[in-house]
Ligand binder design. Structure first.
Ligand code: SF4
Ligand code: MG
Length: 336
């Protein structure tokens, strides 16, 4: 099947007072309609920057973008702001971590849902209102007719998150990008929102990019998984493959630093030593090498001098041989 979104060798660099930050450095991935791609990584891994770039929400003055972003046949890296405005909230929409990023405090929820629908679909005020009420009901807002004229501050946190999801779905986006959509919510509301996203995907067949640092959430949401570290993808595969037989030392670290799914929470968690590098001056070779306890298994100084490439399909960007990856995983990582 053809990819609905295809990102090829994407490089995103932006200038700051301190220098040029190479936030994304040669990233490729594909996503099909109706599928969910999970992207995991610590903050500063480039996952959010990647998705802001896909929607053209980066600062055009300070950002340099190389590579290709092809959405449904259209190249977005060279699209004008006007062209991006036609895509955003229409063909592609974003659900932010904080609903207040997307919802203005100054306008009613109903108006904020209706306006993009009128603009993108040429709908009348009445049609847009009907649609907004329908979508508010769909995301589980009780009595949507009466809530239509409320302001965001009259909604609870969970309701605001739902309203924002309703807003992102107004125009049936074919691509939905959810950036840590539930981290700010309590566990019950979080579960409800995730159920809702799954149902909506069933109904609309959207492609979803789900960004999170929470592998437990990813396990339940995504079909495929991309693990990012310091602006690069280090591992990819189906969720099942990556979580049951991870091949990259960074993924091993991520998995050991989270409570095992359904496991004993008293189990000792092993955090990855060190911190993610500054992308002003990232490490040479494998960007994970300063934190990697397996680099001595690789002959010479390959880890610190040569960038390990990520092959297509099920792959990990690491100089360890396939055999080494397998035996280290089985002997040292798995039997926690
Ligand atoms: Fe560790 Fe070397 Fe593999 Fe990087 S390439 S993850 S430093 S073993
Ligand atoms: Mg982020």
């Amino acid at each position: 099947p053809e990819a609905f979104l295809s990102v090829r060798d994407l490089r995103v660099a932006f200038s700051t007072e301190d220098g040029v930050v190479r936030a994304v450095d040669g990233l490729s991935f594909d996503i099909e309609r109706g599928k969910t791609l999970g992207i995991v990584g610590e903050s500063g891994s480039g996952k959010s920057v990647t998705n802001l770039t896909v929607l053209g929400l980066h600062n055009r003055k300070t950002t340099d973008i190389q590579g290709e972003i092809i959405l449904d046949g259209q190249e977005l890296t060279t699209a004008s702001e006007k062209e991006m405005e036609k895509i955003r909230g229409n063909k592609a929409a974003m659900i932010f971590q904080d609903p207040l990023t997307a919802l203005s405090p100054y306008y009613t929820v109903g108006r904020q849902l209706s306006e993009p629908f009128m603009k993108h679909r040429g709908a009348s005020k009445k049609e847009a209102k009907d649609r907004a009420i329908e979508m508010l009901a769909k995301v589980g807002i009780p009595q949507p007719q009466t809530r239509f004229d409320d302001y965001p501050h009259q909604f609870s946190g969970g309701m605001r998150q739902r309203a924002m999801i309703a807003m992102s779905l107004m125009c049936d986006p074919e691509l939905l990008i959810a950036d840590e959509p539930t981290t700010a919510l309590d566990v019950t509301v979080q579960a409800q929102i995730l159920d809702l996203l799954r149902d909506l995907q069933q109904e609309f067949g959207s492609a979803i990019i789900f960004i999170t640092h929470d592998l437990g959430v990813i396990a339940n949401m995504a079909d495929d998984l991309l693990v990012m570290y310091a602006g690069r993808a280090v591992e990819r595969g189906s969720v099942r493959e990556v979580l049951s037989e991870p091949k990259h030392p960074y993924t091993w670290g991520l998995l050991s630093s989270m409570p095992r799914l359904g496991g004993d929470t008293s189990e000792a968690l092993v955090p990855i030593p060190g911190t993610p590098p500054s992308l002003l001056n990232p490490p040479t070779g494998c960007r994970f090498h300063p934190r990697c306890r397996f680099r001595d298994e690789v002959p010479g100084d390959l880890c610190s001098t040569e960038r390990p490439l990520l092959a297509d399909g099920r792959a990990a960007a690491c100089h360890l041989t396939g055999e080494q990856k397998q035996s280290i995983f089985i002997d040292q990582i798995k039997p926690r």
